[in-house]
Design a protein around this ligand. Structure first.
Ligand SMILES: [Zn+2]
Length: 124
């Protein structure tokens, strides 16, 4: 028996996927819907005026967030696929069940805590 509520997980994953897709759409269509406003004084600081060397330009920052969003999108899609194929919640390295608490915190995770630590230490 699975250690998680499949319906709840599926709902969470599809909701997250829709959110990240909206995010990607907004960024690739030049909308500033999710743009952080810190450091901008309302006059719209351009890349020429910003502090070169320390601050990323708006474009670079947007691209970086877009990269993050796309990585997240593929993780969510992979998680949904694992749910569809009955492999969700199973560690990709050792084949054991990933703890419910870990899945709750990190719904797209593919490794159990032990293997995650091994990978992060570079001992793969
Ligand atoms: Zn494992």
């Amino acid at each position: 028996m699975a250690q998680f509520d499949e319906a709840a997980v599926r709902l969470r994953l599809t909701t997250d996927l829709q959110q990240v897709e909206r995010d990607i759409y907004a960024r690739t269509h030049g909308e500033q819907a999710i743009s952080p406003s810190e450091g901008i004084d309302g006059t719209g600081v351009t890349s020429e005026q910003s502090d070169e060397g320390t601050a990323l330009t708006e474009y670079e920052r947007n691209q970086a967030m877009l990269d993050n969003d796309r990585a997240l999108e593929s993780q969510i899609r992979a998680a949904i696929e694992r749910l569809d194929t009955g492999k969700y919640g199973i560690c990709e390295r050792c084949g054991k069940e990933i703890s419910a608490r870990r899945l709750e915190a990190l719904p797209y995770v593919t490794l159990c805590l032990d293997d995650q630590e091994l990978v992060e230490r570079g001992g793969a």
